[in-house]
Design a protein around this ligand. Structure first.
Ligand SMILES: Nc1ncnc2c1ncn2[C@@H]1O[C@H](COP(=O)(O)OP(=O)(O)OP(=O)(O)O)[C@@H](O)[C@H]1O
Ligand SMILES: [Mg+2]
Length: 232
């Protein structure tokens, strides 16, 4: 589904990514982990065209998207739930959800109704402004908005950051549901316990390079994984 090879990117003259290789098969939930500032957000910004790659290639379902503009990558089927959520504060819940709605995968599963079934809290607040929602609700809104583009690949950057444990669990439960429906997902998250429970494969970035990758069985076999790679 997604194949990234030798990806390099940075900001101005400062290089951040030094040759990232990444692979996601269709239907997989893959996690990207690593300490602060290691290049996780930059990697997904490069995949979505926000920070263009200076070297390497990015393919989505066989199609080269390396040099496409962000809106073209969106149209190709990549949806990003960005760090910090970024819901439209002056649009209401319904408008936030439908502003970018489309059917990019051609499967057309996600409708407003199904998003409301998935996140009943949002249904109760359809005419409230995005800015009036709690952090957890804003996160659900951001996920719902991404789902309504019916993406081939859903990317979440720290979707559970700063949320109460119970909301975190709810979001992970949503990810599990999406995975069981065959949605391909790349998730950046620091919550090792949930990653081990739900992910098929994980990558760890250290200073803009993949320092470790493997499945969850292999991850459990790494001694002091969290201390070594996550600094906890
Ligand atoms: N807009 C920017 N301009 C310049 N440098 C940046 C910018 N965004 C990030 N960087 C730098 O790039 C490096 C990688 O940052 P990035 O945001 O990709 O890390 P991250 O792994 O997502 O970290 P975190 O866990 O804190 O979200 C850091 O050194 C950071 O300071
Ligand atoms: Mg980040």
């Amino acid at each position: 589904m997604l194949s990234v090879k030798g990806l390099e990117a940075g900001y101005g003259s400062s290089k951040v990514l030094f040759g990232i290789d990444l692979n996601l098969n269709e239907g997989q939930l893959v996690a990207m982990m690593g300490r602060n500032g290691m290049g996780k957000t930059t990697t997904v910004r490069a995949i979505t065209g926000l920070t263009p790659a200076s070297s390497g290639s990015i393919k989505l379902a066989g199609k080269d998207i390396t040099k496409l503009k962000p809106y073209q990558i969106g149209q190709a089927g990549v949806a990003l739930v960005p760090e910090g959520r970024q819901v439209f504060p002056t649009l209401n819940v319904r408008e936030n959800l439908t502003a970018t709605a489309s059917d990019r995968s051609g499967k057309g599963y996600w409708t407003l109704e199904r998003v409301f079934d998935q996140f009943p809290q949002l249904k109760e607040r359809t005419s409230q402004l995005g800015s009036a929602l709690s952090g957890g609700e804003q996160q659900m809104l951001a996920i719902g908005r991404a789902l309504l583009t019916n993406p081939r690949l859903l990317i979440l950057d720290e979707a559970t950051e700063g949320l109460a444990p119970i909301i975190r669990q709810e979001i992970w439960k949503t990810l599990e549901t999406l995975k069981s429906q065959g949605q391909t997902i790349l998730v950046i998250d620091k919550n090792l316990e949930e990653v081990v429970r739900v992910a098929d494969h994980a990558y760890v970035l250290v200073k803009g390079q993949v320092a470790w990758e493997g499945n969850m069985e292999a991850l459990r076999d790494v001694e002091n994984f969290a201390e070594t790679y996550l600094g906890v």
